[in-house]
Design a protein around this ligand. Structure first.
Ligand code: ATP
Length: 367
């Protein structure tokens, strides 16, 4: 089965600036992928292309097997796009706002009432139904945006910094909702600067730097370190003077003493291969270092990310692939990418319920 999101050798230029520089990745159906990168790394641009709001200059992007340029209507019916900033309307209550979008999506009568009720229950918007939508707190506003995004029950959610600016409680609430959506089997592509939170909820993390993917892997291997993150760290405790470790390390140049400690040292070895660690330990013991504790350190994701960036600084960025992808049919790629306006919004698909509860009152009785 094809991936839920599949990007191949994708570029997006803004004049001379390569905002997206030869990016390729797959996100399997039903998985949660965190998209991480510094400001200006190209996250929003990549997500906007997937959301059919912009075009790649070259290369391709598909959602559930549908090319975002050639089948934007189909893609829009499959995705829920939660932008980092979203427009609001004055003098419109939460209920009216959702009703407006449900109408725009083409839902009618009882079905429209049911869809609104379900998203309101899911995002806990019931108590806010009569509140003006532009007078909500940031956390409430994000829940309203999530509710709106879910009206047509999309299979794939693309969320650009949904937790930005939320207080800790609102972040926990949002994380909880995202977890439920993941358990329902939705594919979620989410960007954030708060790496520790992404690590908890994501099956994989995609690191981007200056428009290029620099790492794609699971959070656990990042925490434990790998060859790609510049090696793994071990905490060694000895029943002797700590110098016994550093003296021994001088004779073993594959080991770096990162920090000498009261009763040992923190060391780094360049590979995550467990056989190397086992060999290292037996060598130490054989050479008379009185090791009483030897364990692999778990690092936080921020450190792992910074390690990857420093590794790139040392080795240079991975070469971007040559932009050889064929222009996609249906679009003149000689024109500036931003010149072509995205096509209109699609008709809604049939949506199954999210969670039943009859508590929501419809503004016009559901006709
Ligand atoms: P942030 O975390 O700050 O949101 P980001 O990773 O989402 O950053 P993008 O918004 O994708 O980064 O921007 C990538 C680069 O492309 C930046 O240098 C940005 O200034 C530039 N850029 C984005 N949109 C445009 C545009 N419409 N015209 C010109 N440059 C743009």
């Amino acid at each position: 089965m094809s991936a839920a999101i599949s990007v191949r050798n994708m570029f997006r230029y803004f004049g001379p600036l390569k905002a997206v520089d030869g990016v390729s990745f797959d996100i399997p159906h039903g998985s949660v992928c965190g998209f991480v990168g510094a400001n200006g790394a190209g996250k929003t641009t990549t997500m906007r292309i997937l959301a059919t709001l912009d075009y790649p200059t070259m290369g391709s992007a598909e959602v559930c097997g549908f090319n975002v340029v050639n089948h934007p209507d189909k893609v829009r019916s499959l995705i829920g796009w939660m932008p980092d900033h979203f427009g609001n309307y004055e003098h419109m209550t939460v209920l009216e706002y959702l009703d407006f979008y449900a109408r725009a999506l083409g839902y009618k009568g009882e079905e429209r009432r049911r869809r609104i009720e379900e998203v309101m229950n899911f995002a806990d918007l019931g108590p806010l139904a009569d509140r003006l939508s532009n007078k909500l707190s940031k956390g409430m506003t994000q829940r309203l945006c999530l509710g709106r995004v879910l009206i047509h029950d999309p299979q794939v959610l693309i969320m650009d910094e949904p937790a930005a600016g939320l207080d800790p409680r609102a972040r926990v609430e949002l994380k909880h909702l995202i977890r439920i959506l993941a358990e329902e089997g939705k594919t979620i592509f989410i960007s954030s600067h708060i790496l520790s939170e992404l690590g908890e909820m994501c099956d994989s993390l995609l690191f981007v730097n200056a428009g290029r993917i620099v790492h794609h892997g699971d959070a656990e291997s990042l925490k434990l370190g790998s060859d790609a993150t510049g090696g793994v760290y071990y905490d060694i405790q000895v029943d002797a003077k700590p110098e016994s470790v550093s003296d021994w390390a001088i004779l073993n140049p594959d080991i770096e003493i990162v920090e000498s400690r009261k009763r040992g040292a923190r060391i780094r070895i360049p590979t995550a291969d467990p056989a190397q660690a086992a060999g290292l330990l037996s060598r130490m013991v054989r050479d008379g270092v009185r090791v009483v504790e030897f364990h692999r350190e778990e690092r936080n994701l921020e450190d792992a990310f910074i390690d990857i960036l420093s590794q790139i600084e040392q080795d240079g960025m991975p070469a971007s692939p040559p932009p050889l992808a064929q222009p996609q049919p249906g679009r003149d790629l000689s024109a500036p990418a931003s010149a072509a306006p995205p096509p209109p919004f699609p008709p809604p698909p049939q949506a199954p319920p999210i969670s039943p509860n009859p508590a929501v009152q419809h503004p016009d009785g559901g006709t």
